[in-house]
Design a protein around this ligand. Structure first.
Ligand code: HAM
Length: 433
């Protein structure tokens, strides 16, 4: 029996989980300062939501969804992305009556049946933001500015956005015909999928993964050169706002996003360090999605970032994430004092300190080793004598210096040391040993 984690999924062990927690915290903090509220939506939705929202001619819907029938024979799908579910929740909870803009952020796992490679998994995590209710180019620019601030907060450098505009339904209609005219003579040599795309949605031909089709896509006329006046003005204003914020960007007229809901601005933050597809983060405007899945006409814009790819980038740029500190105190005990050690540990944890004590029935020597391995800052050996006298010697692990402390005052002692550390910016050496 193969009881390993399924192909394309991975276990996140504590060390990596701590790194992720750090990234998520920085993200959540920035979200809250930019005025986003967190949203959590179900891991699966009715399949129809993704078919209609993401688009039935996209690879995501045609080839990558984990779709299953539940016991009542409903067709459900594990979310391959977050935007459709969040837009569904926006409609379901009447958020169009909330003061606009409605700004939501999320941290979700996504499921796509993709070929495994570096930075590409069948279950991956995204950090994302969605802004509903603003048509203004400032909303697009603010999001790109948000990402710029996020990368800066992490100490990442050199991650530049690529931006493009893929127009609105009005200018896109004309562009579809321009594309068909371009592709028509090449059609016989193109892949089977593109033969279908040519009729159904030639825009998706730009996104074909076949090498020969990709070469043709590179030469295809760009939507950016065929925008209507309103879309051109919108894009100019996005660029102007980015210029004003000092954000350098690359206009990439050939950028295609793999999901059908996009309109006007699309963007990606690229890097060579995160696998062949290279995008750490992607997003754009999707003014038609909410109405397409049954809501009111609602302009919207958002992005999502692959957490695994972000981690790869952090690693490639050698940015060390600070490891969590060891416990403030390790209480070593003997069989006859173990229960008191548990009690004292619990009380000090309730006071806000981090503590460990022996729950393995180890010898004193082994407990000392454990305290060392855990990088405890202090250790207290709790024996009968300490319990009877109500006092113990707290030893600083780094230099062996000892301080006599009343057992009921350990909290005050630890607090004092912490305060001294935070004032000096580093662990303070004891003066009196
Ligand atoms: P997406 O470009 O499909 O957009 O995915 C967003 C990010 O998720 C990518 O840039 C990449 O970093 C990461 N990602 C995608 N697939 C995988 C995978 N198989 N393994 C690891 N990482 C992956 C969306 O999903 C849109 N919902 C983004 C959005 C939000 N647009 C507007 N609002």
């Amino acid at each position: 029996m193969d009881l390993k984690a399924p192909r394309g999924t991975r276990d996140i062990l504590p060390e990596e989980a701590a790194d992720r927690q750090y990234l998520e915290c920085v993200f959540a903090d920035l979200c809250s300062r930019y005025g986003y509220g967190e949203i959590r939506v179900p891991a699966f939705e009715h399949t129809e939501l993704f078919v209609r929202g993401v688009g039935d001619s996209t690879d995501v819907v045609r080839k990558e969804m984990y779709t299953f029938a539940d016991r009542s024979n409903r067709s459900l799908t594990l979310r391959p992305e977050g935007t459709a579910g969040v837009a569904r929740a926006y409609i379901e909870h009447g958020m169009s009556s909330w003061p606009a803009p409605v700004k939501l952020w999320y941290r979700m796992n996504m499921f796509r049946y993709e070929k495994m490679q570096k930075g590409r998994y069948r279950e991956h995590w995204q950090l994302g933001c969605e802004v509903f209710g603003s048509e203004a180019p400032q909303a697009d620019a603010e999001l790109i500015g948000f990402l710029d601030s996020f990368f800066q907060a992490l100490g990442l450098v050199g991650i530049q956005p690529e931006i493009n505009s893929i127009g609105c339904p009005a200018c896109r209609e004309a562009y579809r015909e321009i594309l068909r005219d371009y592709y028509r003579p090449h059609l016989p040599s193109m892949c089977d999928d593109c033969q279908v795309r040519f009729e159904r949605n030639p825009l998706r031909m730009l996104d074909c993964k076949e090498a020969s089709c990709q070469a043709l896509a590179g030469q295809a006329p760009a939507q950016l050169d065929h925008l209507c006046q309103a879309c051109r003005d919108h894009f100019d204003q996005v660029k102007r706002a980015l210029d004003r914020m000092g954000i350098s960007y690359l206009v990439n007229p050939h950028m295609v996003r793999g999901l059908d809901y996009y309109t006007r601005t699309v963007f990606e933050f690229m890097s060579d360090n995160v696998g062949t597809q290279g995008s750490i983060c992607g997003g754009g405007r999707y003014d038609g999605l909410v109405s397409q899945i049954g809501g009111l006409d609602t302009p919207a814009v958002g992005f999502a970032m692959g957490l695994e790819r972000l981690m790869l980038e952090m690693e490639a740029q050698a940015i060390q994430i600070q490891k969590p500190d060891g416990p403030d105190l390790y209480i070593a005990s003997f069989p006859e004092t173990a229960a008191d050690a548990l009690l004292l540990t619990r009380d000090l944890i309730r006071q806000g300190f981090s503590l460990q004590t022996d729950i393995m029935g180890r010898s004193l020597k082994a407990q000392m080793k454990a305290a060392d391995r855990l990088e405890a800052r202090y250790i207290l050996v709790l024996g009968d004598e300490e319990l009877a006298g109500g006092q113990g010697s707290i030893r600083k692990m780094s230099d062996g210096s000892e301080t006599r402390v009343s057992l009921s005052e350990i909290g005050t002692f630890l607090k004092g040391r912490k305060q001294a550390d935070s004032q000096s910016g580093k662990p303070q050496e004891e003066k009196n040993g």
